[in-house]
Design a protein around this ligand. Structure first.
Ligand SMILES: [Fe+2]
Length: 163
């Protein structure tokens, strides 16, 4: 016999939405890596490729959790990336907005999972991941603002992020 699902169908759907978000973020960072590569920010390109890989680790945490609770994570279609990126600021602002939205979604999903402590406990780590990401991208946006498009300053940030 196959193990039976020990979470509610409603929470399973909610977790599949989170799976979509993690895969979407991974693809978004691949898109941003490609776009900043074209702009000449090769350090930032590396940074976004690492970010993309981290999102896939988050996805895998979800797949493993769903397996643990007797179900299977859906692997959804991911919409095409179309955002035009004309500067480093464009890329960082889009990353910041995406992480912030996911931070808010995880808090909402956590609240909705109040009936199941195991799901809530699992989701809690993602609130921490998101809080850290929002903080990190906020700092990066501040540093970009600080150099105010000065080319040498932007290249310094590029080097830092590539290290
Ligand atoms: Fe993530």
């Amino acid at each position: 016999m196959l193990p039976k699902m020990i979470i509610s169908a409603e929470l399973k759907n909610l977790l599949d939405d989170a799976v979509h978000s993690e895969l979407y973020a991974s693809n978004l960072y691949k898109h941003l890596a490609n776009q900043v590569q074209r702009l000449g920010y090769l350090g930032v390109q590396k940074f976004f490729l690492r970010e993309s890989a981290t999102e896939l680790e988050h996805y895998q945490l979800h797949a493993n959790f769903q397996n643990d609770v007797g179900t299977v994570a859906e692997v959804p279609a991911i919409e095409a990336m179309t955002e035009s990126i004309k500067s480093l600021s464009d890329a960082m602002e889009l990353a910041y907005d995406t992480e912030m939205e996911l931070y808010n979604n995880y808090k909402k999903w956590y609240a909705k999972a109040a009936s199941d402590p195991a799901v809530q406990q699992f989701l809690l780590q993602f609130i921490e991941f998101q809080r850290t990401s929002v903080g990190e991208y906020g700092d990066l946006l501040s540093r970009i603002q600080l150099v105010d498009q000065d080319k040498a300053g932007m290249l310094l940030i590029d080097q830092e992020l590539g290290a």
